[in-house]
Ligand binder design. Structure first.
Ligand SMILES: Cc1cc2nc3c(=O)[nH]c(=O)nc-3n(C[C@H](O)[C@H](O)[C@H](O)COP(=O)(O)OP(=O)(O)OC[C@H]3O[C@@H](n4cnc5c(N)ncnc54)[C@H](O)[C@@H]3O)c2cc1C
Length: 512
């Protein structure tokens, strides 16, 4: 039977698109270079007993009627793939010396908490939070497909939203004259973008911040179960997910993409794969370079001219004979910074590779669900995440492997010094396993150019009207990836489902 949709890459948007198409009766074939499916969302097992998700921590839009839930319902998975909610009273715990703020779901409660910390700025805080809620509404109205009756009804909000098209989060902090410490507390989830306020698109921040306010979630049976369930829908509906198959080239005649050439990484044999339509889940710029930029229209070439998001550093750890709940951890993330200036701290780490005063995120997946364990009974998993510069780590790794390992260790020790000082005094004593990942680890296991974390950089330039979408200008060829939609778990669900809607005419996503 011929393949209707040949998909290159098994990242989340590809799996969602593939599962929806397979369920609708189309023949789907996915080629994935890695030994695990899921891209950034893949799960790996180390020491035969510890399971870590490569990058995902918490997700939004999973509640009843929201994007993820709608897709899962359509696939008949909504009873099987369920989610646990983070604490609505404080899903993100922001910590810096002298200040502590738990971000609650309720905007009014957030205003109260900030006003207690900064009493002489209550008015500006109120105006800022209220503006964020309005812009969140405006972004929904302006997101495709635009419904004209909605647009006319909320014309004022839509217009107000458009005024921020080129704004960074810092521009808006300045406009509302928020005190420096309040800015840092509000933007301390910066690792969710790997950009500081003076570079981050205000739109990107509003979407994520308000998305998590409406509900921050973790999958009941961990992320691995979500990925496996999507793969199962594909395979049970006559489709295939071929792992260890690296696509090395596209088969193109004139302006039409007919298939790909892929190498089986086990047998080292190369084969041709064809399909009626080719879906590209790998980085769009990298794919376009493989095909030849000249084949694409000028408009698409301009859209492909994006810079990559910075890369990251991860430490995956296992602690034994300690309950992290006794040390202030629970159904929330913790974000830490040493000084009050986030822009400066980011530059210090990212541009100077100086991690002596790092800012980082702490997540504790074992505490988020009790249904299935990702490690033995007497252990808990704790992970640390911060930014890291690809060029710096790549040079180190090429030049001097020992120096590369030392730098990874230096960052780890610097983070753990802070953890022992403020959170878990005897952390090192309980640490039984750790593995660290750098930008080159990302590139190696997630196949992302320059180890980029979120695809195209989340700056106003890339988040504006010139943003790439599924259209490639070539025949029978579509992009379906974070950079041609939006990065994140829920946004890549949206990206895959949106392309499915466009190609099938089956409208499954609600507006808003
Ligand atoms: C550090 C970090 C933390 C994150 N945390 C969160 C979070 O907490 N919540 C959240 O919502 N989002 C988070 N994200 C973002 C989210 O993980 C991604 O946006 C999303 O998973 C991207 O999906 P995608 O569909 O674009 O595909 P990708 O994940 O980019 O997958 C692309 C796939 O293509 C494959 N591939 C590439 N080249 C080839 C080739 N030549 N041949 C065959 N296959 C190939 C790759 O191996 C990969 O499987 C995080 C990302 C990072 C880096």
């Amino acid at each position: 039977m011929k393949t209707d949709y040949l998909i290159v890459g098994s990242g989340l948007s590809a799996l969602v698109f593939g599962a929806l198409m397979a369920k609708s009766g189309k023949k789907v074939q996915i080629l994935e270079a890695h030994e695990y499916p899921g891209g950034f969302g893949h799960t790996f097992t180390l020491a035969k007993k510890y399971k870590f998700n490569a990058q995902l921590h918490y997700v939004w839009d999973c509640g009843e009627g929201y994007t993820v839930n709608r897709v899962l319902k359509h696939l008949g998975l909504d009873k099987e793939v369920t989610f646990e909610r983070y604490s609505p009273d404080g899903f993100d715990h922001m910590r810096m010396p002298g200040y502590s703020l738990d971000i609650p779901s309720e905007p009014e409660k957030l205003i109260q908490r900030l006003s207690t910390l900064f009493p002489e700025h209550t008015n500006n805080i109120q105006r800022f939070i209220s503006e964020v809620q309005k812009i969140s509404q405006g972004l929904k109205i302006l997101s495709p497909p635009i419904i004209s009756t909605e647009l006319f009804k909320h014309f004022g909000v839509a217009l107000r939203t458009l005024m921020y098209l080129n704004s960074t989060l810092q521009d808006v902090f300045d406009k509302f004259k928020l005190p420096q410490a309040a800015q840092t507390l509000l933007a301390l989830q910066w690792v969710d973008f790997l950009l500081p306020p003076n570079q981050l698109s205000f739109y990107a921040w509003v979407i994520l911040f308000t998305g998590y306010q409406k509900g921050a979630f973790y999958p009941t049976k961990h992320f691995e179960h979500v990925i496996n369930s999507l793969v199962k829908v594909i395979t049970e509906n006559n489709g295939e997910v071929l792992l260890n198959h690296e696509v090395t080239n596209f088969i193109v005649t004139e302006k039409t993409v007919n298939g790909v050439i892929a190498t089986d990484k086990i047998t080292h044999q190369s084969h041709e794969f064809t399909g009626d339509t080719i879906i590209c889940n790998i980085d769009p710029k990298k794919a376009a370079q493989m095909i030849g930029m000249k084949k694409f229209s000028r408009t698409v070439r301009n859209k492909l001219d994006y810079d990559y998001s910075p890369s990251n550093y991860m430490a995956y750890c296992v602690v034994k004979d300690i309950d992290l709940r006794d040390y202030g951890f629970g159904k929330w993330n913790t974000f830490h910074i040493e000084n009050h200036d986030l822009n400066q701290t980011f530059a210090q780490m990212y541009e100077k590779n100086d991690f002596s005063h790092p800012s980082f995120a702490i997540t504790t997946p074992t505490l988020l669900t009790s249904e299935e364990r990702d490690c033995p009974e007497d252990c808990q998993i704790i992970e640390f995440l911060t930014v890291a510069n690809y060029n710096y780590f790549n040079n180190l790794q090429q030049r001097d492997k020992k120096a590369y390992r030392q730098k990874k260790d230096e960052i780890f020790e610097s983070i753990i010094d802070i953890v022992e000082k403020y959170y878990i005094p005897n952390f090192r004593k309980h640490l039984v396993f750790k593995v660290t990942g750098s930008p080159t680890t990302n590139e190696r296991f997630c196949w992302c150019p320059n180890g980029n974390s979120y695809g195209s950089n989340l700056t106003p330039k890339n988040m504006g009207i010139g943003r790439l979408n599924h259209q490639t200008s070539l025949n029978h060829f579509y992009f379906c990836n974070a950079s041609s939609g939006y990065p994140g778990f829920a946004p890549t669900f949206w990206t895959g489902a949106n392309l499915y809607q466009k190609l099938s005419g089956d409208m499954i996503l609600a507006k808003g």
